[in-house]
Each structure stands twice: as structure tokens, then as C-alpha cells.
Design a protein around this ligand. Structure first.
Ligand code: CUA
Length: 149
């Protein structure tokens, strides 16, 4: 009985500890993810042909990102530190995962749907966008770069 109780207590503590760790490191950002159509966004069809970075304000950018097996367009993005960046993410073929390593940005690129997420980089440097949804033979090579300077 002691050991059963002890194991249950450890499970509860581990669960709570893990939740604190995740929230502390990554923050609760799921509410900014939206798969609905954003009526304020500029026309997308053209922007998604090859992907595009558009300056939308003094310190704001929109990034139109399209995933295809097996690359992202655009595959190199330059943005300044501290700018508010809105990513509009879609896919031209199958499901891809849009994850910016080291940030809480993580959504699924879905064909026919535009996912939206806002993010501000507070550090300069190189950030990798990786596909975290298995999408075929070169899934592992589906990497784009964000250069924050
Ligand atoms: Cu695209 Cu995995």
C-alpha cells in the first residue's frame, strides 16, 4: 500500500512538474494560433505562390509561408529583432509541420487552410524552421532559415 501510494504521488508530482517546466520554457501561446481565415490579411493567392515577406507597419511584418514536399518558400527570411511578425502558413500538397526551433511557434501547415501565428524575436541570430510532421522521403531535409538582425 505504501509503494502504491508512493508511486501515485510521484506520478502526480511529475505531471505537475512537467507542466510547470513546459509553461515556464515555452509559455502558453496556443490561444494565438488560429486556423480560421483572418479578414484583415492582404490577398494571399499571389503571396503564397513562392512565399513572401511583406512589411505591414513600422515594426511589423507578414510572412507568407508555403510548405511543399520538401521545402519551404521562402526558405530564407530576414527580419529585425523586436518586430511583430505574423506568419501565414499553408501547404501546397500534404500536411507539414511548421516549427521554429527554440520558440513556441508550432502549427500544422494544412492544404487549403491558412494557419496564423504571431511572434516577436527578442534575440538576434539564426532560427530554423523545421517540418515536424512526417511528409515523405526528405521530410528531415525540410528546413528553412530565419535570420534575425
Ligand atoms: Cu514536410 Cu515533413
Amino acid at each position: 500500500r505504501f509503494w502504491i501510494f508512493g508511486v501515485l504521488v510521484m506520478l502526480v508530482l511529475l505531471t505537475i512538474g512537467t507542466m510547470f517546466y513546459v509553461v515556464h520554457d515555452y509559455g502558453l501561446v496556443t490561444s494565438t494560433h488560429s486556423y480560421a481565415t483572418d479578414p484583415q490579411a492582404p490577398p494571399r493567392e499571389a503571396a503564397f505562390q513562392d512565399g513572401k515577406v511583406v512589411r505591414t507597419g513600422p515594426n511589423a511584418y507578414a510572412v507568407y509561408m508555403v510548405g511543399r514536399a520538401w521545402h519551404w518558400s521562402p526558405d530564407v527570411i530576414h527580419v529585425p529583432e523586436g518586430a511583430e511578425i505574423t506568419f501565414y502558413v499553408t501547404s501546397a500538397d500534404v500536411l507539414h509541420g511548421f516549427e521554429i526551433q527554440g520558440t513556441p511557434v508550432n502549427l500544422t501547415a494544412v492544404p487549403g487552410v491558412v494557419g496564423t501565428v504571431k511572434y516577436t524575436f527578442h534575440h538576434t541570430g539564426l532560427f530554423r524552421i523545421i517540418c515536424n510532421e512526417y511528409c515523405g522521403m526528405f521530410h528531415h531535409a525540410m528546413v528553412a532559415r530565419i535570420i534575425v538582425d
